[in-house]
Design a binder for this molecule. Structure first.
Ligand code: F6R
Length: 604
């Protein structure tokens, strides 16, 4: 959700800022902008839409000696995605970029307007730069003014500010939104909201903690904590391996990421399976001592993987499990008891609502675990224990391989807990472990299957709605299929438990209602089949996905026969992902950057 970059050094500042923004563009792409300060002279450019528009606008601009610069790619929260609302925001002689939300901006704006300040944008961010300039008038230094500004704003933020009054310095502050600074032997300083833009440029990085603020210049980094005490940055080595995903011949990142699932799941399993048990070296078995219940909390796709986990934990580990949507959990004054293991699930590790629930659980003294794809993310740093999903960088806004690896981790974890609690026979445990090894094969995309889905997709470009239906574990998969479709096709889709259709939604059934029915052979097949027949009898258009022939459907996608419903789950997951992809392609949508969305939602 929005991306921030900053650079201080001698190289071509524009190029560094733009290439950093390119790495972060998937986080938000309503508009983008940069501001570069060199020899007391500001150059600033903004453009609405994707980064290419900004690249075009800045094509004749370059810097060759020392400069400081900041950049931003935006996902609109306050104010429409217009050029005026794009960052950086200008005061009289300073620019600011910001991720997050300034909660008391309306009040601050009113005071500043009463003092005669004119605002150009509708954003909350603009108050920061005006407040800073107001404070600068009475302060003994730009840093003092910045410090005072940080004390006056409330909310979540990662902020970079550059000003003519200290033209060789970048001021920074972080609270609730991720940001890090990177250094190298050449004395350059780089800022970004995640580490990818820094790879290849920096050797060491410091991840800021909530409440950190300060400034950098060519010589040093001055860092302070939220009480205003000076502290030393804690630098760690940055990987030199450019993880940045390239499309490698695929039409879209999403397509590439669907095809990659077999490989990344192999990575997820690596070193974690032996014949008789699942191993998580990163977990202390004591984590489960005294635990009587598991509570899972997440948003969006990660919430769907958590739902699927609840079936596995109760079925295999025989442990009471509940699942919560993070944005709901936060405000409903939940009862939290210490015999509950609190598990958050997040691709990014930065989702604001999920992060907040993790803080709540920690405060209530619960043991906490995060299932996450991004090492060093805020959640990973905060939770007591962490399992990394190893999906690699996921660039498509519609999550695919992150979901696949999360479900894989949950399947393994439910067996790990089953072993600790002795709830599965050794024979069953070994059988399940064998099945786990088969996931990479079950998710391999076969050309014939992809071609069939491509061909079928042309029949599903209209209609008054889609219902993805499934029972048991295939209900969360139905939810996930529907979410994928609506995100990238903009068609209305719902996921529903098959058995629940007759309690209301069946009233919608007609030929223009498309039902995507998940019919695994090994889990409640007869029951699910009857539910689909009820819809078929009411003339709903049905696309059935099953290994078993089904003659009541208008369209049929035949999956392979497997020995267990878990492998059917994984293969059907690929089918619904590809179906959404192909429908979106036919509708001419931007598959990787669908409208109104952003990759990492760091505002609540
Ligand atoms: C959907 C999607 C979102 C995310 C959600 C949580 O394709 O990507 O629904 O799953 O915003 O994000 P994370 O997992 O990063 O916490």
């Amino acid at each position: 959700m929005c991306g921030i970059v900053g650079y201080l050094g001698e190289k071509n500042t524009k190029e560094i800022l733009l290439s950093g923004l390119k790495e972060l563009e998937y986080r938000g792409y309503d508009s983008a902008g940069i501001a570069v300060l060199q020899d007391d002279n500001f150059e600033s450019y903004k453009a609405v839409g994707k980064l290419v528009n900004l690249e075009e606008k800045t094509k004749d601009f370059t810097t060759e000696s020392f400069a400081v610069g900041i950049g931003h790619t935006r996902w609109a929260t306050h104010g429409k995605p217009t050029e005026l609302n794009a960052h950086p925001h200008l005061g009289e002689s300073s620019y600011v970029v910001h991720n997050g939300i300034i909660e008391n901006y309306a009040e601050l704006k009113k005071q500043l307007q009463a003092d005669g300040v004119t605002f150009l944008s509708q954003t909350d961010t603009e108050v920061i730069v005006h407040l800073f300039e107001k404070n600068l008038k009475d302060a003994s230094s730009a840093f003092e003014a910045f410090e005072q500004t940080i004390q006056e704003i409330q909310g979540a933020y990662a902020i970079l500010l550059v000003t003519k009054s200290e033209d060789k310095t970048i001021f920074f502050a972080k609270y609730g939104s991720p940001m890090l600074v990177g250094i190298n032997a050449e004395g350059e300083k780089y800022f970004a909201s995640s580490d990818t833009p820094l790879i290849g440029h920096c050797t060491d990085v410091n991840y800021f903690e909530d409440g950190d603020y300060g400034y950098v210049d060519a010589q040093s980094i001055a860092l302070f904590d939220k009480e205003g005490r000076k502290k030393e940055p804690h630098f760690t080595k940055l990987s030199t391996n450019k993880l940045s995903a390239q499309k490698d011949g695929y039409r879209f990142f999403m397509e590439k990421e669907i095809y990659e699932q077999s490989n990344v799941i192999t990575d997820t399993l690596l070193g974690r399976l032996c014949e008789e048990e699942v191993l998580f070296d990163e977990l202390d078995t004591q984590l489960f001592d005294g635990i009587e219940e598991i509570k899972l909390c997440a948003c969006g796709t990660s919430y769907h993987s958590a739902l699927s986990a609840s079936y596995m934990f109760e079925r295999y580990s025989k442990i009471k499990t509940s699942v919560e949507i993070a944005s709901e959990f936060r405000y409903r004054q939940p009862i939290m008891s210490k015999d509950t293991l609190f598990v958050v699930i997040s691709q990014s590790g930065e989702t604001a609502d999920t992060l907040e629930t993790l803080k709540m659980a920690k405060k209530a003294g619960l043991k906490t675990l995060v299932i996450c794809n991004v090492d060093n993310s805020s959640m990973v740093r905060l939770a007591d224990a962490c399992i990394l999903t190893r999906a690699g960088v996921e660039k498509g806004v519609a999550s695919t391989k992150a979901f696949a690896t999360q479900v894989t981790v949950f399947w393994m974890l439910s067996l790990y807990v089953a072993k600790l609690r002795d709830t599965l026979s050794q024979e069953e445990l070994s059988r399940q472990i064998k099945l786990l090894r088969e996931i990479p094969t079950s998710v391999k995309v076969e050309d014939a299957m992809h071609e069939r889905i491509k061909r079928l997709s042309k029949r599903y470009l209209h209609g008054h709605g889609f219902f993805f239906i499934g029972r048991d574990l295939f209900f969360p998969l139905a939810l996930e299929g529907a979410l994928k479709l609506k995100e990238i096709s903009y068609l209305h889709a719902e996921g529903y438990p098959s058995g629940e259709m007759k309690h209301g939604p069946i009233a919608l059934a007609d030929p223009e209602l498309f039902t995507i029915a998940l019919l695994p052979q090994h889990l409640l097949y007869e029951k699910s089949k009857s539910n689909v027949e009820e819809l078929s009898a009411r003339d709903s258009t049905i696309c059935a996905i099953s290994p078993l022939e089904f003659d009541k459907a208008d369209d049929f996608i035949q999956t392979k026969k497997h020995n267990d419903y878990m492998l059917e789950f994984f293969e059907m997951m690929v089918v619904v992902q590809l179906l959404s992809l192909e429908i979106s392609v036919r509708l001419g949508n931007d598959v990787d950057m669908p409208r109104n969305l952003a990759k990492s939602v760091t505002v609540e």
